[in-house]
Design a protein around this ligand. Structure first.
Ligand code: PLP
Length: 386
């Protein structure tokens, strides 16, 4: 198989599997007070320290990192937890983008129904509209939630510029970044980008599905600008109740433990594969939706010449090549991708757009094979239509 759907999920790496095997043995509840529970607690805390480091946090101080069940839960906790915090009686405006992942967009829709005003910044051409943002900022803004890397187009947004301006205008505005696609693909640190909250997910970085994390700044906790989303036994420092997924957390640990040893080389390799993939896709007859601003290293969006993405996906699938027609998380819905429409594609083009997403496990030979299959598919499918 040639797996080019790494933004949907990645293959679990050996280090992650090994840590999970150990965690299966060490099965005690980390809240238990006996020696086995203490050992399980120690594993969870080592994992926390390691994921913190991978997030660019060397000296956590009062900053916190809580484990969640996925990126979706991290996003929902960040959004509902900040909007409904005890202090939030001072505004009703939320600023986001027109291309967020459904785990942000659908949470915002719920808030809109409850009377909050949501302003969605344009991401046309893969560029986040700063002028529109400046006009939207006022002292009623309670939350700015922006993704770092668009999961369908690979557009990278310079969220730090937006967050720092929001904080300058009103220090009580909470800043949240959905960094699920940016984590370990783009170098950043929460404090450097002025983010109070950052969401990440293990299965996008060669860890298991069903575990994510949310960074929470110490300042947010001190000023009581965040409230729990899940209530119960008070685990995760009272910020996320529920017995910890010790096996999943161990898998997250294994996936990121030695990231520093290979991150730069991985990013370099994936970037080269991305450029090869974009160039060959164009030669095969597709159009590349290249962001006008910065471009994340692992996602290539291509529009086919009047061939539905679903048709091409099936053609490639028969050749053991896995790509995606839009984001995996929204591909079950019939709606056209908001990210592609936001990027500026018309409805027809959006329906003919494929996403190829890479990891360091891919090779240039695989990209050549994919491009040959793509060309064959375009030639054959266009002929059938005529
Ligand atoms: N945010 C973005 C940008 C994503 O791409 C995804 C998943 O594709 C998520 C959030 C949700 O992450 P999870 O699958 O861990 O819930």
């Amino acid at each position: 198989m040639i797996y080019l759907d790494n933004s949907a999920t990645t293959e679990i790496c050996e280090a992650s599997k090994e840590k999970m095997r150990q965690a299966f043995e060490n099965f005690a509840n980390p809240s238990s007070r006996h020696f086995a529970g203490i050992r399980a607690r120690e594993s969870v805390e080592s994992a926390r320290e390691c994921v913190f480091k991978a997030l660019g946090v060397r000296n956590a101080g009062s900053d916190r990192l809580i484990f969640t069940s996925c990126g979706t839960e991290s996003n929902n906790t960040a959004i509902f937890g900040s909007v409904f915090s005890k202090k939030r009686k001072d505004g009703d405006r939320i600023i986001s983008t027109d291309s967020e992942h459904p785990s942000v967009e659908n949470a915002l829709k719920v808030l809109e129904k409850q009377g909050f005003e949501v302003i969605r910044l344009s991401t046309r051409g893969g560029v986040l509209d700063y002028e529109q943002f400046e006009h939207a900022l006022n002292d009623r803004v309670i939350l700015v939630t922006l993704m770092m890397v668009n999961n369908e187009t690979g557009a990278y947004y310079d969220v730090g510029r937006f967050f720092s301006e929001a904080k300058r205008k009103n220090p009580d505005t909470v800043t949240h970044c959905d960094a699920v696609q940016g984590f370990l693909k783009c170098r950043f640190a929460p404090r450097k980008i002025c983010a109070d909250l950052v969401s990440i997910s293990a299965h996008k970085v060669h860890g298991p599905k069903g575990v994510g994390a949310l960074y929470i700044s110490g300042d947010l906790i001190k000023r009581r600008l965040i409230t729990p989303y899940l209530h119960g036994g008070g685990q995760e420092g009272e910020l996320r109740s529920g017995t910890e997924n010790t096996v999943g957390i161990a898998g997250f640990f294994g996936a990121v433990e030695n990231f520093e040893e290979h991150l730069d080389a991985d990013i370099q390799k994936i970037t080269a594969l991305r450029d090869l993939c974009a160039g060959l896709s164009e030669l095969s007859g597709a159009r590349v939706n290249k962001p006008e601003g910065e471009w994340a290293p692992h996602i290539v969006s291509i529009t086919l010449p009047d061939i539905k993405s679903e048709t091409m996906l099936n053609f490639l699938s028969m050749k053991d090549i896995c790509v995606s027609a839009g984001s995996a998380c929204s591909s079950h819905s019939k709606h056209l991708s908001a990210s592609l429409l936001g990027f500026g594609l018309g409805e027809r083009d959006a329906d003919c757009t494929l996403r190829i997403s890479l990891s360091e496990n891919n090779t240039s030979e695989q990209i050549y094979e994919f491009a040959d299959a793509l060309k064959e598919g375009i030639d054959r499918l266009v002929r059938i239509r005529k």
